[in-house]
Design a protein around this ligand. Structure first.
Ligand SMILES: NC(=O)c1ccc[n+]([C@@H]2O[C@H](COP(=O)([O-])OP(=O)(O)OC[C@H]3O[C@@H](n4cnc5c(N)ncnc54)[C@H](O)[C@@H]3O)[C@@H](O)[C@H]2O)c1
Ligand SMILES: O=C(O)C[C@H](O)C(=O)O
Ligand SMILES: [Mg+2]
Length: 440
């Protein structure tokens, strides 16, 4: 797999004289290492120690980064090279924590037997109070069968758990919801639907994650129809929201009316088909899909979409290209037309690196790390839960996309996901759209 993201942390000591860190940065750049976070650990009179996050495309590249730094000499020393990604995952990223302290017998009797019995009876007599007296209303099941983990494919739900824990971390950090991973050991649609139906009462909503096509379409449709709570396949609709927002922002920046744009979508699986459907729901006429599977193309045609037979033809005729194939490096620089907008959204490695696309003439380019459904799904679920919505509809999704665009700075494609305001605005917009649909 090309364009790998190997992330390591270098603990580097340099003499405190100005210019020494610049030598280290140059040494890293000469080996094509990409510098990320830099944390000064110690700033002394004689030496400074920094923790430098470096991303490389291969282990070999790391070795040349190390060799280049060591070649500087004059007191520049590498004290350690650590893998902070693995370190961050030691023991897992999430934990079930109590919101209350139990320090006395009184506490125990209130939150446990016998006090808890009265709360149970309160719910027996007023079932709608379950969301008020329990955590159900702020809990989201993150359900996967592990068949389409990022672009890594069918690696199974246990190997996919770090991704599901990641979604739970983001739900907690950005909107204060509790995400609970549910790892299925079946990819049979009937068994998945039956299982989720039997566990749904413990959750306010269901987030389907990294379930591959075509099963994901049937599973989501059946659960949406059969459950009284919101169900959303994030890879489909969270991605469609973010892709629409990025396209609207790019069109705004380039003075193009999105409804006149010619948009090509490479890959018509979970993400790609949903992106096409979202664009058509938004009123874009010229949306063309491409997939290597006939049945994937047929699904788009069944929704009223159009297809283009080859990648070369799509790259030649479309102003905006979105790719969600899982195939790193699929789009070659020589395929890029001047002024094109390229959203190569596959993770962990895009169909083309944004800097390569820009260098080849693209007006805008982004990968799946920056244009990522993290901008959408936390606020979408928060808004749906706050509204007490029974489902997540297109008007709620389009409201989410418009809220994202409204908070995007000129020249940006989408806001920074670390900006808490964007998640709050998305949640409010989704809640309002839901209330409008429920005539509240
Ligand atoms: N940036 C984001 O937020 C985001 C969100 C969802 C998915 N993704 C990424 O998109 C990729 C696909 O995810 P998915 O859930 O849609 O998977 P999927 O398996 O449902 O869909 C992938 C589709 O791409 C097609 N495809 C593969 N190689 C192709 C090629 N060479 N030419 C044309 N079509 C080809 C497959 O036939 C399939 O239909 C993954 O890498 C995933 O990480 C990114
Ligand atoms: O997990 C992500 O980063 C986004 C998306 O859900 C994906 O599958 O790529
Ligand atoms: Mg995913």
């Amino acid at each position: 797999m090309q364009n790998q993201h190997f992330i390591r942390n270098f603990i580097v000591e340099t003499p405190s004289k100005p210019g020494n860190f610049a030598k280290v940065a140059t040494a890293i750049g000469m080996a094509e290492g990409d510098i990320g976070d830099i944390t000064t650990l110690k700033s002394g009179a004689l030496t400074t120690v920094r923790d430098i996050t470096i991303t490389c495309k291969s282990e070999a590249q790391f070795q040349s980064v190390i060799a280049n730094i060591e070649a500087i000499g004059n007191g520049v020393k590498i004290h350690a090279v650590t893998d902070d990604v693995l370190k961050a995952h030691e023991g897992g990223k999430i934990a079930m924590k109590s919101r209350l302290d139990v320090r006395s017998l009184g506490d125990l009797q209130r939150i446990y037997t016998p006090g808890v019995a009265s709360v149970c009876m309160e719910i027996v007599n007023n079932p709608e109070k379950a969301n008020y007296f329990t955590s159900i209303g702020s809990s989201v099941a993150i359900v996967t069968d592990g068949t389409a983990i990022l672009g890594l494919g069918n690696i199974g739900s246990v190997a996919g758990m770090p991704v599901m824990e990641g979604k739970a971390v983001l739900l907690d950090q950005f909107v204060g919801l509790s995400g609970i991973p549910i790892l299925l050991n079946t990819s049979d649609p009937d068994e998945i639907v039956e299982t989720v139906k039997h566990i749904h009462q413990g959750f306010g909503a269901i987030l389907l994650e990294d379930i591959g096509s075509p099963h994901c379409f049937e599973i989501e449709e059946r659960l949406k129809a059969e459950l009284p709570i919101p169900v959303m396949h994030d890879d489909q609709h969270g991605t469609a929201v973010v892709a629409l927002a990025a396209i609207l922002s790019a069109c705004k920046s380039t003075g193009v009316d999105v409804k006149d744009a010619v948009i090509g979508q490479i890959g018509l699986g979970a993400a790609g088909l949903a992106i096409c459907r979202m664009l058509m729901a938004y009123g874009v006429d010229e949306v063309y899909g491409l997939d290597r599977q006939e049945e994937a193309k047929q699904r788009l045609v069944n929704y009223g979409g159009k297809t283009i037979p080859t990648l070369e033809e799509m790259m030649e005729t479309c102003d905006i290209i979105v790719a969600t194939t899982g195939v790193a490096g699929l789009i070659k620089p020589e395929m890029i037309k001047k002024g094109q907008i390229i959203l190569a959204l596959s993770n962990p490695n895009p169909e083309i690196l944004p800097n390569e696309a820009i260098a080849a003439g693209a007006a805008f380019a982004a990968d799946g790390r920056s244009v990522n459904n993290v901008i959408g799904f936390p606020g979408i679920f928060k808004g749906a839960l706050d509204a007490g919505a029974k489902e997540i509809t297109y008007s709620m999704l389009i409201a989410a996309a418009q809220a994202i665009v409204g908070h995007t700075k000129p020249g940006e494609l989408i806001p920074n996901p670390l900006d808490p305001t964007v998640h709050h605005l998305v949640a409010r917009a989704v809640e309002e759209a839901a209330n409008k649909e429920m005539n509240l």
